[in-house]
Design a protein around this ligand. Structure first.
Ligand code: SAM
Length: 323
């Protein structure tokens, strides 16, 4: 196996691919109410173009691909892309991050296409609050999606909750209890400033609250090689993870690069120096040329992000780059 390293000796093995900038929800911490200017359909990378990028990336040492968005399941025929990518030599895992609303419909098809596992974003268990946070979604659809993912073996299913003060932080214990009741793997994520919302709850505080239920025991990651630190409550089947981009940045162990839906290869969610692959792809660039551009993007990955010093304008970041 080949290894790919950036300028700071970090091994880059993971490619996140945004397949669309569109979403069927409008989460208050992610998108402005009016939405964002959308990319014309013809400007989205086609599935064949994405496959070419992944083939080139796999040849350089990328072995894990995650599909995201926008909401990836609203892109037509996503299972076709899953099948195409999971058949590429060197790609050991294709996974998906989704809001879960369409997962009940697609879980079986995705599994059959070769998808290994899903992360589902869910910030509340309460129907009215879900409608407030997502601006119009139904929590029952997501719960049915999580169930379908589990039944169809897209495991482990990880549940991502962005904790927001006075919005959903009173549900930290309810989510933690689900690691006992349902064996959920819950990850508490710190709010990043992609809208005007400033209701950050530091992971250290969330952890203190969880420990009302018992002392958290550190445990290894249940799957994947991401930024979460994992723990288990005594006797729980599921785990609790913390993702702390604001108070404990994990840049020194970052292993990822990101492909936007319109074909820009970004070395970091929080940087603007993407490298355009769409034009070369549409001019029939060779695999070697795409590899060279991937190496250029990896080489431009900075040592750390500047979220905490407020040096970067973050608005609408998730929709543009893909979460
Ligand atoms: N639509 C899919 C979903 O909901 O999972 C994929 C895209 S979404 C942008 C990916 C992840 O980014 C979600 O888990 C979401 O909670 C997270 N996210 C979006 N905005 C965020 C913010 N301001 N701070 C922290 N996480 C955020």
């Amino acid at each position: 196996m080949i290894d790919l390293f950036d300028s700071f000796q970090r091994r880059i093995s993971y490619l996140r691919i945004s397949v669309t900038d569109r979403c069927n929800l409008r989460c208050i911490y992610c998108m402005p109410r009016e939405g964002v200017a959308l990319i014309a359909h013809g400007d989205l990378l086609s599935y064949e173009e994405i496959r070419t990028v992944v083939r080139a990336a796999a040849g350089l040492g990328i072995n894990e691909v995650r599909l995201t968005g926008g909401e990836p399941l609203i892109r037509a025929e996503l299972p076709i892309l899953v099948r195409m990518l999971s058949q590429i030599e060197g790609i050991e895992e294709v996974s998906l991050t989704t809001n879960g609303t369409l997962l009940q419909k697609y879980a079986l098809e995705l599994k059959q296409a070769g998808l290994k596992r899903v992360n589902v974003s869910l910030d509340t268990l309460k129907a009215d609050r879900f409608r407030y946070i997502t601006r119009f979604g139904e929590v029952a659809d997501v719960l049915a999606g999580i169930e379908a993912a589990m039944v169809n073996g897209l495991c482990p299913v990880k549940i991502n909750m962005v904790v927001m003060r006075d919005i959903n932080d009173d549900e930290v214990l309810d989510f933690s209890s689900m690691t006992y009741k349902e064996g959920w793997h819950v990850r508490f994520i710190e709010l990043m400033p992609f809208t005007d919302m400033m209701q950050l709850v530091p992971s250290s505080e969330v952890r203190q609250r969880v420990e009302v239920l018992g002392v958290l025991e550190p445990c290894p990651s249940i799957a994947g090689n991401g930024p979460a630190r994992y723990f288990r409550l005594p006797g729980a089947r599921g785990t609790i993870g913390f993702i702390s981009p604001m108070t404990e940045p994990f840049c020194s162990s970052c292993n990822r690069i990101r492909l936007t839906s319109c074909g820009s290869l970004c070395p970091c969610l929080l940087s603007d120096n993407g490298i355009d692959l769409k034009e070369p792809l549409r001019k029939n660039a060779s695999i070697r040329e795409i590899e060279r551009l991937i190496l250029e993007a990896v080489g431009s990955k900075s040592e750390h992000h500047h979220l905490r010093d407020g040096a970067v304008l973050m608005k609408g970041r998730m929709c543009r780059i893909g979460g």
